[in-house]
Structure formats: C-alpha cells, structure tokens
Ligand binder design. Structure first.
Ligand code: TGC
Ligand code: FAD
Length: 387
C-alpha cells in the first residue's frame, strides 16, 4: 500500500484542480524559500516583513479573487489555499493579505464607484498602496452596531470624528476603509494618509501577531470628500459582508499553522530519546499526534467544501462561522499541545509552535470571537437571537 501523506491523510489534494495545485505549490515555494527563513527574527523584533510585499504582489496574492483592475481573478478555493500556505509561515503574513484583499480591496470592488476601482485597486494589487479596515472600536468589537465614530454631512464633504482600535496594517496603510454612523445609517469612507486630523498609533507590547502591525486610528474633524464615500451600501451589512470574505480565508489559514506544528513535533519526537527510546514510541505521544492528524483532516475537508460552496455561489455566513470556529480552535489546540510536547525547547521561537500558538490567540479573537461564531450557529438552529 502506498504511504499516506501525514499532512493530507484523506488525499484532499486529489480533489483540487491542476491550477489550484499549481497555485498552492508556488505559494508554498515562496513561503519555504523566502518567508520562513526570516519570520522568527521578525516576530522576535516585532517587525512586519515589509520586504516581502513586492514578491507577494508579484505572485498575484493581493485581491487574488477579484476580477479586473490588475487582480488575478482566482476562484475561492485558490484564495483559501493561498491563506493556508501563508499562515503555515505566520498568521501575520496571512493577516496582511486578508486585510488588503478581503477587507480593503473587496469593499472598494463591491461597494465603490468605477472611479474608486480605477483609482485604488491596480495600486493595491501591485502592493504599492496598502490598505486597512477600521470597524472595531475600543468599547466593544463584538458589537460593531454600537460604534460611536460619526460622519456628518457638510456641503459636498463629510466631517468624521471618532477612533478605531486594533486595526491591522493601520500605521503602514496609505488608505483606510472606515465605517461610521451617519444620520442615514452606517456608511463606509476611504480615508487617505495625510488627511488633516487623521492619525494612527502603533499598538506596542503585543505578545501575539508580533510580525504584523496593529494600530489605533483617530479622526479629529477629518474632512472627507463625498467622492471618497463608498456609495453602494448602507448599514451593518456593508462591513459584515467584508467580514464574510475574510472569515472565509481564515477558515483555511490556520490549517497551515497546524500542519507546520505537527510536522515539527513528528520530527522532534522521532529524534528525542527519553527512557531509552524515541519519544514517538510512546503510546501517549502517538495518540496525541493521531488526534492532531484527525482534526487537521476534518478541517481540510470542511474548508474545501466551504470553498466549493463559495465558488458555486451557495456559501452562507453561518457555514463560514462553523468553519472559522472549528478550524481556528483546531489549530490553537494543536499548537498548544505541540508546544507542550517540545518541552522546554518549546518556549523559544527557535521552534515554531509557540509563535503559532501566540498568533492563534489573536486569530480566535478577531474576525468574530469563538463565542460570536457559536452564537451565530445557535441563532441558526433555534431562530432566537442571543446577542
Ligand atoms: P444582524 O442583525 O445579524 O445583521 C445586520 C445586517 O447585516 C447582515 N449580515 C451579514 N451580511 C453579510 N455577512 C454576514 N456575515 C452577515 N451577518 C449579518 C444581516 O443580514 C443584516 O442585513 P439587513 O439587510 O437586514 O440590514 O447584526 P447584529 O448586530 O445582530 O450582528 C451580530 C453579530 C454579533 C454577528 C455581528 O455584529 C458580528 O459579526 N460581530 C463580530 C464583529 C467582528 O467580527 N469584527 C471583526 C472586525 S475586523 C477584524 O477583526 C479584522 S482582523 C483581520 C486580520 O488581521 O486578519
Ligand atoms: P469584546 O467584544 O469586548 O469581547 C470580550 C469577550 O466577551 C470575548 O471573549 C467575547 O467572546 C465575549 N462576548 C462578547 N459578546 C458576548 C455575548 N453576547 N455572550 C457571551 N460572551 C460574549 N478590527 C478591525 O476592525 N480591523 C482590523 O484590522 C482588526 N485587526 C485586529 C488585529 C488583532 C491582532 C486583534 C487582536 C484584533 C483585531 N481587530 C480588528 C479587532 C477584533 O475584531 C476584535 O478584537 C474582536 O472583534 C473582539 O472585540 P473586542 O476585542 O472588543 O472584545
């Protein structure tokens, strides 16, 4: 019998098209050759590896599932595979691509005018314009409907006041898609770096996503032209529609972390000799490794089916909630368990488990906490809104 691939026990790869395999392999090559060698030191120094952005753009990974405007127009499964391979390196790398693609380019593409698309998307696809997405505020990210940031019409302009918290790419962004309440409902605006009254501040002392920039945004009477408003959506469904795109990618990404952690401990337990035999020869260790493989396999099948439903135009937000919840929880549990199996070595970034583990503490919180996704599923089952 042929030897099974320990990281793809159900041969999910055989369900992919030739093009999807080619995309996965080219991102994997970039990750192994260019990103992996430098990620631990960037994490240690709390620096985003901005030197990788031109190559990420060159590979067509920015706005990869959008059509036109310099974007690659790939299918949803390919976008998922891109997220999985990038997050195999570090959640921060996938976060950068998620925010640029799903949270900034997507709303410009879906809710913007033709002029907006021509103005920003080609530069964003080329990595020359960096975007961020400002929804969360400090008083409660799970409940974005309670936002206080406000935009008031003044002639042909809008005056924006308020602040946003925990914004990925915030201090390196050239533009920010900012959601604000207005007298006509929640609306989206594209703010540009340098607009008077628009400031950002990098959040320091993070123990998670250290290779990613996270910031606060401040708006003090920022005058934004009507021409910078995204006119084709009003209400919370605007930002929530973007979150569905990003959460879809996050359903795939953590599979990469889990595979990376499992690969590391399979090697480690084979080499580590305790009580006269390899650690891997112990039943207790094999059960833990088998449990990891079982959960990775389940997550892979869930993500692929979600992607096929998205490509068929049938994916629903509740299904995204189940996948994000299951797959992030799976990866976080595996990273924590791998950290333990590595013993003392597992507490340094010389090994990868602790970096993935710390990153996944953010991933389980952002884009809807685990509880938020559980309650979305609960609402679907009972018809009762528990929020
Ligand atoms: P609710 O009444 O449920 O809905 C309001 C309107 O929105 C529509 N809708 C959705 N549309 C698209 N996708 C979804 N997932 C949607 N969910 C709801 C809904 O149909 C309705 O439309 P309409 O036409 O009837 O007005 O709103 P609610 O206030 O009850 O929302 C409940 C809840 C808790 C699910 C929602 O507020 C929520 O998802 N909260 C979590 C917030 C969150 O996830 N924030 C993430 C911020 S961005 C981020 O974390 C980036 S990190 C990225 C990175 O670095 O990788
Ligand atoms: P809270 O909403 O205050 O939640 C606190 C706790 O209460 C959680 O455990 C939650 O599950 C629980 N809880 C909430 N409601 C209920 C309930 N009804 N029942 C039971 N328990 C409940 N946001 C952006 O807009 N753009 C970004 O680019 C972005 N990037 C981020 C990057 C990082 C590294 C991090 C950490 C966050 C980022 N966020 C971003 C914000 C993120 O989306 C929020 O942190 C998240 O939505 C949770 O909001 P909160 O932190 O205010 O927690």
């Amino acid at each position: 019998m042929a030897k099974l691939n320990p990281f793809d026990l159900f041969d999910v790869e055989s369900l992919l098209s030739e093009e999807e395999i080619m995309i996965k392999e080219s991102v994997a090559r970039f990750v192994d050759e260019r990103a992996m060698p430098l990620i631990a030191s960037h994490f240690d120094k709390a620096e985003f590896p901005s030197e990788l952005v031109p190559e990420i753009a060159e590979l067509g990974l920015l706005g990869s599932s959008l059509e036109g405007y310099g974007c690659a127009g790939l299918n949803a499964v390919s976008y998922g595979l891109i997220c999985q391979e990038l997050e195999r390196c570090d959640s921060g790398l996938r976060s950068f691509v998620s925010v640029q693609s799903s949270l900034c380019m997507y709303p410009i593409h879906a809710y913007g005018t033709e002029e907006h698309k021509q103005r920003w998307l080609p530069g964003m696809a080329a990595g020359e314009i960096i975007g961020c997405f400002g929804l969360t505020e400090s008083h409660g990210g799970s409940d974005p409907a309670s936002m206080k940031t406000h935009a008031r019409r003044k002639g042909d302009d809008w005056i924006i006041n308020g602040s946003k918290m925990w914004i990925t790419n915030g201090s390196i962004a050239d533009i920010a898609v900012v959601w604000a309440t207005t007298d006509e409902g929640i609306m989206g605006f594209v703010l540009e770096k340098g607009m008077p009254g628009f400031e950002s501040r990098t959040i320091k002392s993070k123990m998670s996503l250290r290779a990613s920039v996270t910031s606060e945004l401040y708006f003090d009477n920022v005058r934004v032209p009507e021409g910078n408003r995204l006119p084709n959506v009003t209400g919370l469904k605007g930002p929530l529609g973007c979150l569905t795109q990003a959460r879809y990618g996050i359903s795939w990404g953590p599979i990469g972390c889990a595979i990376d952690c499992l690969a590391e401990v399979i090697g480690y337990t084979a080499d580590r000799v305790l009580f006269g035999r390899p650690l891997a020869a112990n039943q207790a260790i094999q059960i833990r490794l088998a449990e990891m493989a079982r959960r990775i396999t389940t997550a892979q099948l869930l993500a692929l089916q979600l992607g096929r439903m998205k490509d068929a135009g049938q994916m629903q937000p509740t299904q995204v909630s189940i996948a994000k919840w299951n797959n992030v929880r799976m990866a976080l549990d595996i990273a924590r368990d791998c950290r333990d199996i590595l013993g003392g070595s597992g507490i340094t970034t010389e090994y990868k488990a602790i970096r993935h583990m710390l990153n996944l503490e953010s991933v389980i919180t952002y884009e809807g906490t685990e509880t938020v996704h559980q309650l979305v599923v609960g609402r679907e089952l009972t018809g009762i809104n528990a929020f």
